[in-house]
Design a protein around this ligand. Structure first.
Ligand code: AMP
Ligand code: ZN
Length: 117
């Protein structure tokens, strides 16, 4: 548990969240400021800074498994969805605990909000 990390606290049940999935390694909860009708964050229960951290393969596997369970639970496996993991400053990562955004529930901007330079 990294001190003052909001996602560590949520994963440990010390801060309330709308939890949608949990197992030994992973927690998933609704984003507090959803950008799409389905907007869920999948996080490892242990603290890792971002995807460049030394994350055990079993944790990565558990996160991918959680994604597949959640998209089926929410039905967006049928309509489509997007996974995003913001990493570092240019991507605007604001919470420095590795997380995957699952976004869907409507037609998404095909350019992921980016404009060509
Ligand atoms: P990122 O910019 O990729 O670091 O995304 C961080 C995400 O965490 C944002 O979409 C926030 O809305 C979300 N977020 C921040 N605090 C909370 C919280 N306490 N519960 C749920 N989601 C949160
Ligand atoms: Zn953390």
């Amino acid at each position: 548990m990294s001190e003052n990390c909001i996602f560590c606290k949520i994963a440990a049940g010390k801060v309330p969240s709308k939890m949608v999935y949990q197992d030994d390694l992973v927690a998933a909860f609704q984003d507090a400021n959803p950008l799409t009708p389905v907007h869920i964050l999948v996080v490892p229960k242990k603290h890792y800074e971002n995807i460049l951290d030394d994350i055990p393969s079993e944790v990565l596997e558990a996160m991918v498994h959680a994604v597949s369970v959640i998209v089926k639970q929410t039905g967006i496996d049928k309509t489509g969805f997007r996974l995003i993991t913001n990493t570092g400053d240019d991507a605007g990562q604001t919470v420095h605990h590795f997380h995957i955004h699952i976004m869907g529930g409507r037609k998404l901007d095909p350019s992921a909000g980016e404009k060509r330079d």
